[in-house]
Design a protein around this ligand. Sequence first.
Ligand code: IPE
Ligand code: IPE
Ligand code: MG
Length: 242
Amino acid sequence: MKQEIKDIIKEKTKHIGFIVDGNGRWAKSRNLPRSVGHDHGFKALEKIVKSCFYDFNIQIVSAYVFSTENWNRPKAEVDHLMKLFRKYLKIDWNKKYPNVKFNMIGSYDRLPQDMIEAIENLKEKTKNNWPYIYNVALNYGGHDEILNAVNNILKSGAKSVTKEEFESYLRTKNQPPLDILIRTSGEQRVSNFMLWQLAYAELFFTKTYWPDFTVKELGDILVEFINKDRRFGKIKEDGEAK
Ligand code: IPE
Ligand code: IPE
Ligand code: MG
């Protein structure tokens, strides 16, 4: 991809989100257990997130890896996913993701104590990293995040808050909203992901199962994205709706 296009992508894309979906179906289509799909999904996640930061220079990446509803899956699958998360939390973060600040946007409720400690540890270790932020949506629900904010506002005693004040109670505090949301696997829904932050995001749905999602496809989506006319409720500068 030409450097000029990369420069436009960097300028127009401050925050990208992924709903990583289709690991199970990827495995099923190969007659493999779902757990193998998740293993491959993790490899793809690492590759794609790195590419966002280091190829395309996007400052903030949010990845939905486990929803508050995913606890309702069979215990063996949940256990396998937790095992993968544990491993992921223990990598040498500063080496694998240089200049990236790790930010947990999920809830600690129901997470085992050792994982909470690993997350806190990682947050501490990366807190001064700059300029990138990786929002990991583990045990995340948009409803949960918003309710949590509302309850903290009530606790503060405030009677009303502005949009900016409300946003300071979200786990994406001080971050710009989502510019792009990509969901793999063909489903066209948001499944409780970043409900507040995606208000004006451009939504992209691809049939590709997450483990097969490539940097090439990411690049194609980004090019499509930069050619969109994001109006934010306005009309064209010259006053003519086109
Ligand atoms: C996404 O893949 C990963 C998680 C939700 C943790 P799925 O496991 O949802 O895969 P499908 O949708 O069953 O194919
Ligand atoms: C959404 O995927 C959650 C994550 C990607 C972590 P699901 O596979 O859980 O969503 P639904 O059930 O198809 O809506
Ligand atoms: Mg799914």
